[in-house]
Ligand binder design. Structure first.
Ligand SMILES: [Zn+2]
Length: 303
């Protein structure tokens, strides 16, 4: 059987830690490097409920997209929820590995999975990372083209269709009849990449956690620029924005991770013999739990 340090070396080849943003500290958070690993549970968020699911399934390792810790830590006492999670993982002999902004930027990572799910062709990263060792272009976000131009309304419907179901659906800023061909995406919070999205020439930007002022300002500026070009702002003010639940935009990554992680472990540690391959086989499972914290949605027509 492979051990945790071997699995981590595979994870960090697929999702190199050097791709992470400088404020981010992904990687191995909990776990004994010598512990055997045969079952890997996956989820977007390392909540206590997710840890319970992982332990009940008999997982040796939990792989999540979101970090357990965002700030430096001085205690893992069980009086806080993060400490309780650490204690539960250790008690259950289960490690925790986080693939956060490193997994956003990677080949077949979070943003590429989202772009592929939407059918974008000729993709390039919004913020490329130079990595001579990589055989594919890597970096934050992706921009690419739909095979054919569609209305913003039809495109928003397509976005809802490819995302895992949540209570909220998506919010749209832009004229519903506006044509959409070039699309930028960033799984997770995308407020910070507006300049890169505008520079990419995207008709629409699909991301999460968008706020009132940045979107209102960007839309007003786009309308003004369309007017200055002598174009109809309803059709030419770009980008339009599609605001998705954060959890949903990132969960699509696991469609790739569930294939890529076990394949890469076997390729690295399975040797060529049948028996060696069997020993390096890991079982993967994705949590079906929706960890979007907003559990209900009331619209104007709600009773
Ligand atoms: Zn996120």
């Amino acid at each position: 059987m492979v051990n945790l340090s071997q699995v981590v070396s595979v994870l960090e080849t697929l999702y190199p830690l050097r791709y992470a943003e400088e404020w981010d500290e992904p990687g191995l958070i909990v776990g004994d490097p010598f512990a055997p690993v045969s079952k890997i549970y996956c989820a977007v968020d390392p909540t206590e409920g997710i840890v319970d699911e992982a332990l009940a399934w008999g997982a040796d390792l939990l792989v999540t997209h979101h970090p357990l810790f965002f700030r430096s830590v001085h205690t893992v006492a069980g009086s806080g929820f993060r400490g309780a999670i650490v204690n539960k993982l250790i008690g259950g002999h289960c490690g925790l590995w986080v693939g956060h902004t490193n997994a956003d930027a990677a080949y077949r990572g979070v943003s590429e999975a989202l772009a592929d799910a939407l059918g974008l062709i000729d993709q390039v990263p919004l913020v490329p990372i130079s990595d001579p060792a990589a055989s594919h272009s890597v970096g934050l976000g992706r921009v690419g083209n739909l095979a054919t131009s569609v209305s913003l309304q039809d495109f928003a419907r397509a976005v809802v269709k490819v995302l895992p179901p949540t209570q909220r659906g998506v919010d749209v800023a832009g004229d519903m009849t506006m044509p959409v061909r070039r699309v930028a995406v960033l799984g997770g919070s995308g407020d910070s990449l507006f300049d890169e999205v505008r520079a990419s020439g995207a008709d629409a930007y699909v991301t999460s956690d968008l706020r009132h002022h940045p979107v209102l300002d960007a839309r007003q500026q786009a309308v003004r620029e369309a007017q200055l070009r002598g174009e109809d702002p309803a059709m030419a003010a770009r980008p339009a924005f599609i605001n998705t639940p954060h959890y949903a935009s990132e969960k699509v990554w696991f469609r790739y991770a569930l294939e890529d992680i076990p394949d890469a472990i076997i390729a690295r540690f399975g040797g060529t013999e049948g028996e060696g391959r069997e020993k390096a086989r890991v079982e993967m499972k994705l949590s079906a739990t929706n960890t979007d914290p907003f559990s209900a949605h009331f619209g104007p027509s709600a009773e």
